[in-house]
Design a protein around this ligand. Structure first.
Ligand code: ATP
Length: 137
């Protein structure tokens, strides 16, 4: 079955939302394959969001991700990548539908509390980055 990488970002951890987010994935039917609390260093943040390096908000994004502990998870299930993106909702919480995680728990694109891989290839790369499996970047 497919796996995807999901991360509760520092603001989500600070606000005590790990349980609520884990619960939604479980209720949907995903299986939790790995979970870890860690603090991301600058190098890992820059590698994780490498494709956004040229964006004007990249510095802010790296500062946000390294500002406190995150909760990294691997969730497994049918169409895991797409099902997780649907559960999480649109990147900008203003556009995220109520009922999605961002729609229910976030206000601001620069603090959208959760990340989910956007493709099977990204999931493999991100699982490698965070859980030390072989990833070809
Ligand atoms: P994620 O990769 O975190 O799941 P995403 O794939 O939905 O998000 P991307 O376009 O890859 O969206 O953006 C990655 C992250 O960069 C967003 O989740 C958000 O935290 C941040 N971001 C995106 N656009 C902006 C912006 N205009 N201003 C500030 N931060 C932004």
């Amino acid at each position: 079955q497919e796996q995807t990488f999901v991360m509760v970002k520092p603001d989500g951890v600070l606000r005590g939302l790990i349980g609520a987010i884990v619960s939604r994935f479980e209720q949907k039917g995903f299986k939790l394959a790995a979970i870890e609390i860690l603090t991301i260093d600058r190098a890992l943040a820059e590698r994780h969001y490498g494709e956004l390096r040229a964006k004007p908000f990249f510095g802010e994004l790296v500062a946000y991700l390294t500002s406190g502990p995150v909760c990294a998870m691997i969730w497994q299930g049918l169409h895991a990548v797409e099902n997780a993106r649907a559960l999480i909702g649109k990147t900008n919480p203003v556009e995220a539908a109520p009922g999605t995680i961002r729609g229910d728990f976030a206000m601001d694109i620069a603090g959208n509390i959760v990340h989910g891989s956007d493709s099977a290839a990204s999931a493999e790369r991100e699982i490698g980055l965070f859980f030390g499996r072989t990833a070809d970047d």
